[in-house]
Design a protein around this ligand. Structure first.
Ligand code: 2P0
Length: 355
């Protein structure tokens, strides 16, 4: 008789990524196909990452998932879409010693238990779906013996959450929007690996740990439906910025990199304001941080620091080296002293620890 006692597991860890040319707007909601290319930096896994263990056993009766120890529903179509793609690419598995044999088709009948942990507070409003889905897809692919190149896995992770496709590579990553109906060519490509520009330091200033009011998914849907600026952005502005950003990264040109990063963050938030009803992701503290950086940049010969804000008020600040990063931290601590007056009293360091 076939034993039902066995269990197989796989574990992966995936960092989150920060977009410097933003993704905002879909042309296909179900497949998650974007209206423009985007470029991001994948962080060091020590600071902001997801760790996911997936397990399979004939004794599991349904798929279940726990996030930071708490069970969450898996009813969403996005998880099912990813699972369907992975199952159709699953390979045979055999462990003679333990008497386990799973044929390609056998995966269709098996269920998974998934446990995922973020090494940062989920409530901090820092992108967790990107790292989460990238890690889920990668660990399931490993478990199910899926033999696909990383680019194809990124196209699967994309169907979980758009920004997740960029987290499968380290370093600088571009998500090419693609033009096939199937979405096969809407995937991530690595522009440069994590050793290409090692001096960069990323600081996340946690402005508010409250959950955002408008989710990215519904926010970008409303922007596509109501903003006229978003069309101009997707068709005219982003294509040229993508080329300039690729060149800035290739040449490690910080001034150009910072100029493009700040401009693109500001245009993304302008699109949010151009949405009806308008979406406000940044707050007064976010605006004060922008002012601090802009005044500092204007005062110097070359740009010192880049800022970028996603669908929330937290600032992501990028410095060209440790010296500038430590000066930035001093300024932040001076203008936003830790205490009850500001929520801004927590600084998460990406990449390398400084001070
Ligand atoms: C980005 N953001 O490029 C942009 C910038 C937020 C602002 O990707 O609907 O969670 O799951 O595809 O990926 C957030 O959107 O949205 C996002 P879905 P996602 O990082």
């Amino acid at each position: 008789a076939e034993s039902h006692n066995w269990i197989l597991m796989a574990t992966a860890r995936t960092p989150t990524n920060i977009a410097v040319i933003k993704y905002w707007g879909k042309r296909d909601e179900n497949l998650i196909l974007p209206i423009n290319d985007s470029i991001s930096i994948t962080l060091d896994p020590d600071h902001l990452s997801a760790t996911t263990t997936v397990a399979v056993s004939p004794s599991f009766e349904k798929d279940r998932m726990w996030l930071n120890g708490k069970e969450i529903p898996l009813s969403g179509g996005r998880y099912q879409n990813c699972l369907r793609e992975l199952r159709s690419r699953a390979g045979d598995f055999e462990d003679e010693k333990r008497g386990i044999q799973i044929k390609k088709e056998g995966w269709n009948k098996l269920h998974f238990h998934i446990a995922s942990y973020n090494n940062f507070p989920t409530a901090a409003g820092l992108a967790s779906s990107a790292a989460g889905f990238a890690c889920l897809v990668f660990s399931l692919a490993k478990l199910m013996n899926v033999k696909e190149e990383l680019g194809q896995l990124s196209a699967i992770a994309r169907q979980g959450s758009g920004s997740a496709c960029r987290s499968l590579y380290g370093g600088f990553v571009k998500w090419t929007m693609g033009n096939e109906m199937s979405g096969r060519d809407s995937k991530a490509v690595q522009l440069a690996n994590e050793t290409h520009w090692e001096d960069l330091i990323i600081i996340v200033a946690v402005v508010s740990s409250r959950q955002k009011e408008t989710s990215s998914t519904s926010g970008m849907r409303e922007s596509v439906e109501t903003s006229s600026l978003i069309q101009h952005r997707a068709k005219v502005v982003v294509p040229s910025r993508i080329l300039q950003m690729e060149e800035a990264i290739r040449n490690r040109n910080f001034s150009s990199f910072a100029r493009l990063t700040c401009a693109d963050s500001n245009q993304f938030h302008a699109v949010c304001l151009d949405t009806s009803p308008p979406i406000f992701y940044m707050n007064d503290t976010s605006h004060r941080i922008i002012n601090l950086v802009e005044r500092w940049n204007r005062h110097e010969e070359t740009l010192q620091v880049a800022y970028t804000f996603d669908a929330g008020p937290n600032a992501v600040l990028i410095a060209p080296n440790r010296k500038v990063a430590s000066s930035l931290l001093q300024r932040l601590l001076f203008y936003f002293p830790p205490g009850p007056d500001y929520e801004l009293n927590s600084y998460v360091l990406g990449d390398k620890t400084i001070l």
